[in-house]
Design a binder for this molecule. Structure first.
Ligand SMILES: *Cc1c(COP(=O)(O)O)cnc(C)c1O
Length: 393
């Protein structure tokens, strides 16, 4: 048999090699503490699980769902957007539930990118933006996210001919992996840029509810004119600790939402309906789980930021999302430093290069690690630093 050539264009999956190394160590009985996983460690709120169990018993939910989702779910999403951001959406034309937002993000390239077309993608960035572009024969153009710009892309630095060939621009704030945030002024610039170059914007807003210090991350759709040029992807994964249930949504520009619907209706048969019922209850319920999770993350952030400062790793204190994006020390790159931490003290982090070339000077720590493991991880880092200091005299 012969596999399609497009598979050769996929980059080697770096994270697989690291997971293998961790698995080998664990099978030898070593205690590896992983700061690598961006997945809430708290369970889904029990009211949501109970709602799912009730819905699972209803035979009406045992049959094929519609790709467009239950009307009540689309309405619940629209109402949530209205309450949370003041953004008004037509629940029939401007809202589409997704099988996790990653699914919709990945399929968007099929709607916009013909062979040779460009998608503007952040570097570092969530790998799906560039890989989906590559899979459909397009070319990612990487917009560097640098510390000196607050990890926002410099839109003025994108060459005119690239901007004119670009069909899509991907943005993601609060950001994975840097945890940087964007304000409405930046989103306004992006909307103006999209108008000028006749391209569409996809804003990945998976982390707007993960906020620390009372910071309130905005929606891209709050900017006047945003809905004319773009959509926003959201997810129940991080917001309601529902990564395992696969429930996300895309909202905004009706043409873009409809294009994704047309592609998806030919590929999938929607989200299991019991999960849609649970999502309606999650979105319509209290925000108590969000408040609790954020308070936990904030405590963990403060502890880890303090420890990293003590061992001389430089990092900004995040106000949203649950990652700490730390510079590797002079003389190291992200892969070699990640390997050193794993080999010497059984601490696993994510090497920044997994998110793009610009990430190579960084490692990512995720705060979604149980408190006792965090404490143990921190004490390993601190004693490692003390030991290497005393060795070097
Ligand atoms: C976690 C995450 C998502 C959400 O993915 P789901 O498929 O909805 O679970 C989307 N974008 C980014 C950047 C993420 O980190």
């Amino acid at each position: 048999m012969q596999l399609a050539k497009r598979l050769d264009r996929l980059p080697p999956y770096l994270f697989v090699a690291i997971s293998q190394k961790i698995a080998e160590k664990r099978s030898r009985g070593e205690d590896v503490i992983s700061f690598g996983i961006g997945d809430p460690d708290l369970p889904t709120p029990s009211r949501v699980v109970e709602s799912l169990c009730r819905a699972a018993h209803d035979p009406a939910n045992h049959r094929y769902p519609e790709t467009s989702g239950l009307p009540q779910l689309r309405q619940a999403i629209a109402l949530w957007y209205k309450k949370r951001f003041g953004v008004v959406l037509d629940s029939d034309k401007e809202v589409l539930p997704l099988i996790g937002s990653k699914e919709g993000i990945g399929h968007m390239a099929l709607c916009f990118i013909d062979p040779g077309d460009i998608a503007l993608v952040p570097d570092p960035g969530y790998p799906v933006y560039s890989i989906s572009t590559i899979l459909v024969g397009g070319e990612p153009y990487y917009m560097p996210l640098r510390d000196e710009n607050g990890f926002l892309p410099d839109l003025g630095a994108i060459p005119e001919d690239v901007a004119d060939r670009a069909r899509l621009m991907w943005l993601n704030y609060p950001n994975n992996p840097t945890s940087a945030v964007a304000d409405l002024a930046f989103f306004q610039k992006a909307v103006d840029f999209a108008r000028r170059h006749d391209l569409a914007i996809c804003h990945d807003a998976a982390y707007t509810e993960v906020s620390l210090d009372g910071y309130d991350p905005p929606s891209f759709l709050q900017v006047p004119g945003a809905k004319e040029v773009g959509v926003e992807f959201h997810s129940l994964s991080k917001t309601y600790q529902m990564t395992g249930w696969r429930m996300g949504m895309v909202v905004g520009n009706a043409t873009m939402v409809d294009a994704l619907f047309r592609v998806k209706s030919n590929l999938d048969s929607g989200i299991p309906q019991a999960i849609q019922c649970a999502a309606i209850d999650a979105l319509g319920g209290e925000r108590d789980n969000i408040v609790r999770f954020n308070a936990i993350l904030r405590r963990r952030r403060d502890k880890l930021i303090k420890a990293l400062a003590e061992i001389g790793l430089e990092a900004r204190t995040p106000r949203a999302a649950f990652y700490i994006w730390a510079r590797v020390p002079q003389g190291w790159d992200s892969v070699s430093f990640t390997a050193k931490l794993l080999d010497e003290i059984n601490i696993a982090v994510t090497p920044g290069i997994g998110y793009g070339k610009e990430g190579d000077g960084y490692i990512r720590f995720s705060l979604t690690i149980p408190d006792d493991r965090l404490e143990e991880g921190i004490s390993r880092l601190l004693s490692w630093r003390r030991n290497s200091k005393s060795k070097s005299g």
